[in-house]
Design a protein. Structure first.
Length: 133
């Protein structure tokens, strides 16, 4: 997908419009998306694993910090105040994706897995109606 998006972003943009400026913007945004969507997918997948381990609060706080305190501030700073336009907004968005992926990776890497497995086992014993897939 990334190679396809990199090679054909102008042609993909042509599907949406023939207006030159809009086509240019769409092509540029597809390029930013190409760099950011891997981190977003990774962060969402790791967040799901953390929520399954009962770390919902960490995930919510991490999303708030990375997407609102960091990403939004960078997007407003670069996109509006420093006048980088849509490039600054996508920079902030991409930074939020990578920050979230990094935080969730760090949490899973430093997690006490013996304790997590023990808590899951205790929960399964207390609730025998829960079926493991």
């Amino acid at each position: 997908i990334v190679l396809f998006m990199a090679l054909f972003n102008s042609q993909i943009a042509s599907f949406y419009t023939e207006e030159p400026r809009t086509k240019e913007m769409t092509s540029a945004m597809l390029t930013y998306l190409m760099y950011g969507f891997h981190a977003d997918t990774c962060g969402n997948t790791l967040s799901y694993n953390l929520r399954a381990l009962g770390l919902k609060k960490f995930v919510v706080v991490s999303y708030f910090i990375t997407h609102y305190l960091l990403s939004l501030v960078v997007a407003v700073l670069f996109g509006l105040i420093l006048d980088y336009s849509y490039s600054g907004i996508w920079l902030g968005l991409t930074l939020g994706f990578y920050s979230m992926a990094g935080l969730t990776y760090w949490k899973l890497k430093t997690l006490d897995w013996e304790k997590a497995v023990s808590e899951i086992s205790i929960g399964l014993k207390k609730n025998p109606e829960i079926e493991m897939i």
